[in-house]
Design a protein around this ligand. Structure first.
Ligand SMILES: [Zn+2]
Ligand SMILES: [Zn+2]
Length: 90
């Protein structure tokens, strides 16, 4: 799947940097699973959305805040290893 590459390319976009900052702040700069507050924190998408009509992924910053969550690096990696992210066609 190309989802990973696609997101990696966009993560330096200022719109994502802003969104990410907001989510980290909302989550008190803590991992939502283990509550770790130090180290590198990631903002994780609980779903990926694809716009059916355009066959295009929604940009990472265009998700509702409720679909984003703060995770530490190890919880994030473990989560991606165990579960596939549900893709929703909208
Ligand atoms: Zn964690
Ligand atoms: Zn993730």
């Amino acid at each position: 799947m190309t989802v990973k590459v696609y997101y990696a390319e966009k993560l330096f976009d200022p719109r994502w940097i802003e969104k990410r900052k907001r989510i980290l702040h909302r989550d008190n700069n803590q991992c939502a699973i283990c509550r770790k507050a130090e180290g590198k924190l990631h903002v994780h998408h609980k779903q990926y959305h694809v716009i059916k009509r355009l066959q295009k992924h929604v940009d990472p910053w265009d998700y509702n805040d409720s679909l984003l969550t703060t995770l530490c690096e190890s919880c994030h990696n473990r989560g991606h290893y165990r579960y596939a992210i549900p893709v929703k066609y909208i």
